[in-house]
Every structure is written in structure tokens, then in C-alpha cells.
Design a protein around this ligand. Structure first.
Ligand SMILES: C[S@@+](CC[C@H](N)C(=O)[O-])C[C@H]1O[C@@H](n2cnc3c(N)ncnc32)[C@H](O)[C@@H]1O
Length: 260
């Protein structure tokens, strides 16, 4: 991806998440969507059960409103969990919900800028690395901050799809501006024992509507359209799925890797 395009993409992601706070909180309040996705990702980490209760140092990159951060605190009760996000608005919500957590407003692609001299046992990108155009740089930085025995984990959106990949007139193919399908291969350059598992999360009318009301998520599914048109486009997808008895899903890759 050319430098200019990457910069524009990143700016758009930043702006879209700054607009997303209200709809994000609303959707999560109804469905615990990102909380459950954090659980699914953490389950994939191949470490002995005792690891979870150690005094780990964990970094939640792209922590958003703090849903993943709070869940990590519950799943790793003796860990110190820190969060980083570049959206001031999302982070405001996180700080409000978790006043005792150390949050940094910064770029997930350049972690060493903020955490030089520190190490982490787990660096986790819950639903965030696929929004970063310089993934190799992000992984390189994560690798350098991982403690011996450390783990990197990421949930990567592969798109809104029909469960059996039936083509739908109203659903544009997910363009994958970033090569998210190749992220596992890229991870192997930096980490060892890389695992990848594809999952599908089924969306009914209400859930699909609520998720794609979120400004940033609808912009990813229907790029280049203004907000109201994206909402109409989503309703057309839902209507076509219902008329043809098709099942909408979000497809994700769950990735883990281990310090070499
Ligand atoms: C889908 S949300 C996930 C939030 C949170 N992890 C959760 O599970 O609810 C993605 C988050 O990644 C953040 N993000 C995207 N690109 C980023 C970057 N380059 N640096 C820091 N944060 C970034 C966005 O601002 C957004 O808050």
C-alpha cells in the first residue's frame, strides 16, 4: 500500500472511530459482542492454565472503549493490563469505565514510542490490527516488546459474508484494502508456533443493524458511501438475506504467536 494511501486510510479509521463511541457502547450493551470475541481469542492462547493466574504484564492495543481491557482484567486476575488507542473519543469512554487502568493515546503501529524499556507477556490486538495499514511494522514493534515466553494474539475481521459464501447482489465483496488473509504468514516472520483459526459469527436482523450502525464498521463494509447510504445499503443486505433465506455472518481469523 502506498504511503499516501496508508495515511489516508489511517486518518479515516481514526475519524470514524471518533464518531463511533455512542453506537459502539449501545451495540455492546445489547450483545456483549466484543467481550465474547475477546474470550474466543484468549481461548486460543496455548499456555498452561497456571499462566493465567501469574502476575502478567498485558498490553491491549486498540483497546477502544475498554471492553477488551476490562475482560482481560477478569480473565487474568493477577495481571497488570494497560491499554492503547488512537481514538480520543473511544479512549475517553475507556477511562470513564476503568479509571485505574493506565491508558495511552497513541498509534498501535509504533508501540516502542510509548513503551520503550518495558516488556509485556501478552500483546493483544482485539479487533484492531486489521485496521492498521503497516502490519509488518506493528508486529515488529510487538516482537521487540515481548518478554521471553511472551504471546501475541489478534482477532482479524475477514468481512461480512454469507455463511456458505453465496454471492449476494446487495453485498459488495470485502475488498480487503489490507491483506488480512495473509496476516498469519506475516506473523510467522516475527513469531514462532503461529496458530490461525477461522470463525463465523452469525448475525440476525437486529444484531446486524446494531453492529453496522457503528460508523467505523459500516465504513469498512461499504467504503466511500456517506453514513445514511451505508445504513440503507446494510438494510438492503439484510432484506436480501431474509428474502433468500441466507445467513449473514462476520468472518474472523483468530491468530496467536509466540516469542521466538
Ligand atoms: C473494533 S474496535 C475494538 C476495540 C476493543 N479492542 C474492543 O474489543 O472493543 C478497534 C479499535 O482499534 C483502534 N485503532 C485502529 N487503528 C489504530 C491504530 N493505528 N492505533 C491505535 N488504535 C487503533 C480504533 O480506534 C478502535 O478503538
Amino acid at each position: 500500500m502506498s504511503g499516501d494511501f496508508a495515511d489516508k486510510f489511517k486518518k479515516a479509521v481514526h475519524n470514524n472511530f471518533n464518531l463511533s463511541r455512542e453506537h459502539y457502547v449501545d451495540m455492546e450493551g445489547k450483545y456483549d459482542f466484543f467481550l465474547q470475541l475477546t474470550d474466543l481469542l484468549v481461548e486460543k492462547i496455548q499456555k498452561p492454565a497456571e499462566w493465567r493466574t501469574q502476575a502478567l504484564h498485558i498490553l491491549d492495543v486498540g483497546c477502544g472503549t475498554g471492553i477488551s481491557t476490562a475482560r482481560l482484567q477478569q480473565l487474568f486476575p493477577n495481571a497488570t493490563v494497560e491499554g492503547l488507542d488512537f481514538s480520543e473519543e473511544m479512549l475517553e469512554e475507556a477511562k470513564k469505565n476503568l479509571p485505574d487502568v493506565k491508558f495511552v493515546c497513541g498509534d498501535g503501529e509504533t508501540l516502542s514510542e510509548y513503551y520503550a524499556g518495558q516488556t509485556f507477556d501478552l500483546i493483544i490486538y482485539p479487533a484492531s490490527i486489521f485496521l492498521m495499514p503497516h502490519q509488518a511494522q506493528a508486529l515488529d514493534e510487538a516482537n521487540r516488546l515481548l518478554a521471553p515466553g511472551g504471546v501475541v494474539a489478534a482477532s482479524v475481521l475477514l468481512g461480512l459474508k454469507e455463511k456458505n459464501y453465496t454471492e449476494m447482489e446487495s453485498l459488495p465483496p470485502f475488498k480487503g484494502i489490507i491483506k488480512n488473509e495473509d496476516l498469519a504468514t506475516l506473523m510467522e516472520e516475527y513469531f514462532t508456533g503461529v496458530t490461525v483459526e477461522k470463525i463465523q459469527i452469525e448475525l440476525d436482523r437486529e444484531k446486524a443493524t446494531s453492529i453496522y450502525k457503528i460508523e467505523a464498521l459500516s465504513a469498512g463494509a461499504f467504503p466511500g458511501k456517506p453514513y445514511e447510504e451505508r445504513q440503507e445499503a446494510m438494510q438492503a443486505v439484510i432484506a436480501e438475506a431474509e428474502a433468500k433465506n441466507l445467513q449473514l455472518v462476520q468472518e474472523w481469523n483468530l491468530l496467536t504467536g509466540y516469542k521466538k
